[in-house]
Design a protein around this ligand. Structure first.
Ligand code: FAD
Ligand code: DHB
Length: 389
């Protein structure tokens, strides 16, 4: 079997790449380890930057998102007994975020690929990438896929990155001493906008998916067992961390999904080797506090699409050669923002009273100075894409 671009992984990165390449007349095959049902149900991120929303609309896959997504023009930072709104409409006029579940984006992309006759192989076993320097090919389930280029879109635990010879990549990494317990609950959101709460008991986040479904996260110890969190305990803790301002009551309901996500910062440089190009979580991870993971994957894929389109148009590898350099600028901005939001809002066991005072002082600054609030707002809604050329 032969295609132009062999794509490993049917997450947002791999699926969007396959779709954008198709729109530019380039063929691809997507190889995914899991079933279609599994990837369509995997609950993860929920905040789409303006640029991500525009990318999906321009690519013709934004219809359901425009109908069901929830546009937001602010978030609340809640601490010290008060809520403080970061008002995007004032700080970054014309730019908003849209709350729309990652698995909905994945469903929309799979539907678009299949409608266009796209080739996605779900439940592909033993995927391995070979001969990355010149004539790359992928093996899976006893088959062989020859291609011009391989896109490694297989997430942090995928096979693509570890297939690059030792010594080529440099990894930059930071682990955090806590994780997030994420839940989905069948209950009307208790607030119209997202609430990021910093308390002495730890961080909590109130998000949503629809007028009937809410999404919550709680800071918990690293490697926490979700079974240590029966529903009753989750609601008690969410109330303790969120019902901290006068007049706010948290509505509770049936918990329909529960999972623990470790928090990690990770970057590999470069993001390419020979004919293999890494995109999304395969090459970088951010802690979710800044809601950047999915949005960064989209930004990588935009650059890779443009570079591959140029390559197939006139044989030029000039943009492909600069792929890592172009992407890493945005990647590192998002790394810093995500680390900063995480540090600003979480409780660190190692913190002494002095460190806690510094944190509160910074929160006061961000919520009172227009300059500081604008820094948060412009990063949160997403900085403009740089022209790749
Ligand atoms: P993924 O979505 O990880 O997709 C990779 C795909 O490759 C998967 O479908 C996987 O099954 C497949 N794959 C892996 N290995 C192989 C293989 N060997 N062969 C074939 N296929 C393979 N970000 C936020 O902003 N907010 C959040 O709340 C949030 N929560 C998260 C919760 C979890 C549990 C995780 C893991 C991530 C979360 N993220 C969050 C990050 C965000 O979801 C990711 O940044 C985003 O999914 C990146 O997309 P991707 O396509 O690069 O990778
Ligand atoms: C959601 C996830 C995030 O990481 C975040 O910062 C905000 C919202 C969410 O899943 O809705």
């Amino acid at each position: 079997m032969r295609t132009q671009v062999g794509i490993v992984g049917a997450g947002p990165a791999g699926l969007l790449l396959s779709h954008l390449l198709h729109l530019n007349g380039i063929d691809s095959v997507v190889l995914e380890r899991r079933s279609r049902d599994y990837v369509e149900r995997r609950v993860r991120a929920g905040v789409l930057e303006q640029g991500t929303v525009n990318t999906l609309i321009e690519a013709g896959v934004g219809e359901r998102m425009l109908g069901e997504g929830l546009p937001h023009s602010g978030i609340e930072l809640r601490y010290g007994g008060a809520g403080h709104r970061i008002a995007f409409e004032k700080l970054v006029p014309g730019r908003t975020i849209t709350v729309y579940g990652q698995q909905e984006v994945v469903k929309d992309l799979i539907a678009a690929r299949l409608a266009a006759g796209g080739d996605i192989r779900f439940e592909a076993d033993d995927v391995a990438v070979h001969s990355l320097e010149d004539a790359p090919y992928i093996t899976f389930g006893g088959e062989r896929l020859d291609c011009d280029v391989i896109a490694g879109c297989d997430g942090f635990h995928g096979v693509s990155r570890p297939s690059i010879p030792e010594g080529v990549l440099t990894a930059y990494e930071r682990e955090y001493p806590f994780a997030w317990l994420g839940i989905l609950a069948r209950v009307k959101p208790s607030a119209e906008e997202l609430i990021y709460a910093c308390t002495d008991r730890g961080f909590a986040l109130h998000s949503m998916r629809s007028p009937e479904v809410s999404r919550f996260y709680l800071q918990v110890p690293a490697d926490e067992d979700p079974d240590a969190w029966p529903d009753e305990r989750i609601w008690t803790e969410l109330k303790a961390r969120l019902e901290t301002v006068p007049g706010f009551t948290l509505a509770t309901g049936e918990i329909i999904e529960k999972g623990v996500t470790p928090l990690r910062s990770f970057v590999t440089e470069p993001m390419q080797y020979g004919r293999l190009f890494l995109a999304g979580d395969a090459s970088h991870i951010v802690p979710p506090t800044g809601a950047k993971g999915l949005n960064l994957a989209v930004a990588d894929v935009r650059v890779l699409t443009e570079a591959l389109t140029r390559f197939y148009a006139d044989g030029s590898t000039e943009l492909l050669d600069r792929y890592s350099q172009i992407c890493l600028k945005r990647v590192w901005r998002a790394q810093h923002f995500s680390w900063w939001m995480t540090t600003l809002l979480h409780t660190f066991d190692s913190d002494d009273a002095y460190a806690r005072r510094l944190q509160l002082s910074y929160l006061d600054y961000v919520t009172s100075s227009e300059a500081a609030a604008t820094t948060l707002a412009e990063n949160y809604v997403g900085l403009p894409y740089e022209a790749a050329r």
